[in-house]
Ligand binder design. Structure first.
Ligand code: DX5
Ligand code: ZN
Length: 227
C-alpha cells in the first residue's frame, strides 16, 4: 500500500530543454513526472500550459502528474486531459465541494486520476475530507506555490501527520505527495509522517548528477520506511 514514488519537477531544469528533463526522469527510474502549471494569478509565476504538456507527452511514457496552480481549473481541465495528463491535481483554495465534483466528473470520464493540493497554511477543508475516497493523490505543499528551490516549511509536519492518520483510519489507498523543498536530508521527516510520493525539483535537477539523485532520494525514502 502506498509505495514510495519519485516525481521529478521539471520546472527546476533548464526550461529551454524540457525534453531533456523528462529523459532524465526516465533514465533515473522515476515513476512520474511532476508538471507545475502556474497562471500568474494563483501564484506569482507563469510556467507552461497544455501545449507544452502535449509536446512532452510525445517524448515520454511516464505518468504525467500535473499540478494546476491556477485560479480557474474548470476552464482548462479538458485541455490538460487532451494533452495527456494522467493525474490532475487541483488546489483546494479555489474550490468548494460542488466545483470539485464537477472537475471530478470531467477527469473520471476520461479515466484519469484526481488529485487535491493544499498550500502550507491551508487545512484540509471539510468538503475535501468528506470526498477523500475520490482523491487519488493528496498534494501537501511544503513551500508556497510559485518557484522551485525554496526550503521545506517544517511547520507543515503536524498537518501531514494528521492527514496520513485520517487516510489510514479510513483504510484508503490515497497517495500523499510532498511538494516543495524535498532533499535527501529531509526525506526521512516526511516519509515517517506518511508521505509516499516525493516531488523534487532542486533535489533532482539542482544536483550534479540528476539521474543518480533520483535513486538517492528513493534509497533515503526506503530506509526511512523500514525504520
Ligand atoms: C512550487 C511547485 C513545486 C516545485 C518543487 O510551486 O509546485 O513542484 O517546483 O521544486 P523544489 O523541489 O525545488 O522545491
Ligand atoms: Zn508542484
Amino acid at each position: 500500500m502506498r509505495p514510495i514514488r519519485i516525481a521529478p519537477s521539471i520546472l527546476a531544469w533548464d526550461l529551454s530543454d524540457l525534453r531533456g528533463a523528462v529523459e532524465i526522469a526516465d533514465q533515473g527510474g522515476a515513476e512520474q513526472v511532476h508538471l507545475d502549471v502556474i497562471d500568474g494569478h494563483f501564484a506569482p509565476n507563469i510556467t507552461f500550459g497544455p501545449g507544452t504538456v502535449k509536446a512532452l507527452r510525445r517524448r515520454c511514457d511516464l505518468k504525467f502528474d500535473t499540478h494546476l496552480m491556477i485560479d480557474s481549473p474548470q476552464v482548462y481541465v479538458d485541455k490538460f486531459l487532451e494533452a495527456g495528463s494522467d493525474l490532475l491535481s487541483f488546489h483546494a483554495e479555489v474550490l468548494d465541494g460542488t466545483k470539485f465534483d464537477d472537475l471530478y466528473r470531467s477527469v473520471r470520464t476520461k479515466g484519469k486520476e484526481v488529485g487535491l493540493a493544499i498550500k502550507p497554511k491551508t487545512e484540509l477543508p471539510k468538503w475535501a475530507a468528506e470526498r477523500l475516497d475520490r482523491i487519488s493523490t493528496l498534494v501537501v505543499m511544503t513551500v508556497n506555490p510559485g518557484f522551485s528551490g525554496q526550503t521545506m516549511d517544517m511547520t507543515v509536519m503536524p498537518k501531514l501527520k494528521k492527514i496520513s492518520g485520517l487516510i489510514e483510519s479510513r483504510g484508503l489507498p490515497t497517495d500523499i505527495e510532498i511538494d516543495g523543498g524535498v532533499e535527501p536530508e529531509n526525506v526521512q521527516e516526511v516519509v515517517k509522517r506518511g508521505g509516499n510520493v516525493l516531488v523534487a525539483g532542486a533535489g533532482v535537477f539542482g544536483k550534479k548528477d540528476p539521474v543518480k539523485a533520483i535513486s538517492v532520494l528513493r534509497k533515503r525514502a526506503l530506509q526511512a520506511k523500514s525504520r
